[in-house]
Design a protein around this ligand. Structure first.
Ligand code: URA
Length: 211
């Protein structure tokens, strides 16, 4: 498994404002969107392309185009939705699947309540979006589902990761499946109720308000 904590002053600046308890929901949403676009740039470094030739006004030029099948982007509802536009801005031809998952706040286990993912992901590159990689339970369940349907490799784009969650994802998969985690930062630890410390609080609530 490859872990990339993106080291860039703009990423650090936006993340600092996201963490700030004084940041309101509209600002939080805008910053999360901008931050995802910066992370997506790194996350898509291995996106598959094929050679392509175009005609410039002067002559033919060799280049590349995104290979088919198009990558699949999978936001994990609810908080992952706040990352979708930032990702598809960079890959507008990506298809989008949805996974509704909720963490049982007592057991901290992931429960799936909605799945809208193609049955056959044979050879597809998949990008999972979930802002907080905390215990890793949700992400492991999501990645398993994608590999079970034939995905070739999975990149998870997260805003923050806890060391415990990173370890759990790594231990849950062998080497046969390429997995990458791209994050704005790796925080210190989880607290006793599974929140990332120092973190930014409940990402879904901060994006959308408490429901
Ligand atoms: N989910 C969140 O939204 N925040 C955390 O700190 C952990 C899980």
């Amino acid at each position: 498994m490859e872990i990339l904590a993106v080291d860039h002053p703009l990423v650090a600046h936006k993340l600092t404002t996201l963490r700030d308890v004084e940041t309101d929901s509209p600002t939080f949403r805008r910053l999360a969107d901008e931050l995802v676009t910066l992370l997506a740039y790194e996350a898509t470094r291995d996106v598959r392309v094929s050679p392509a030739t175009v005609q410039t006004p002067l002559q033919a030029a060799e280049g590349v185009q995104l290979s088919k099948p198009a990558p699949l982007v999978v936001p994990i509802l609810r908080a992952g939705l706040g990352m979708l536009d930032g990702m598809t801005r960079l890959i507008p031809t990506a298809e989008v699947g949805f996974l509704g998952m909720v963490r049982n706040e007592d057991s901290l286990e992931a429960q799936t309540y909605a799945t809208r993912i193609p049955d056959d992901l044979d050879g597809r590159q998949c990008y999972v979006l979930d802002p907080m990689l905390a215990t890793g339970g949700t992400l492991v369940a999501a990645i398993k589902l994608l590999f079970d349907r034939g995905a070739r490799d999975v990149t998870a784009v997260v805003l923050l990761a806890a060391p415990e969650g990173l370890r759990f994802v790594e231990q849950s998969f062998g080497d046969e499946h390429p997995i990458r985690i791209v994050t704005a930062a790796i925080d210190e630890k989880l607290n006793e109720v599974g929140y990332i410390i120092p973190g930014l609080g409940d990402a879904g609530d901060r994006l959308y308000g408490v429901v």
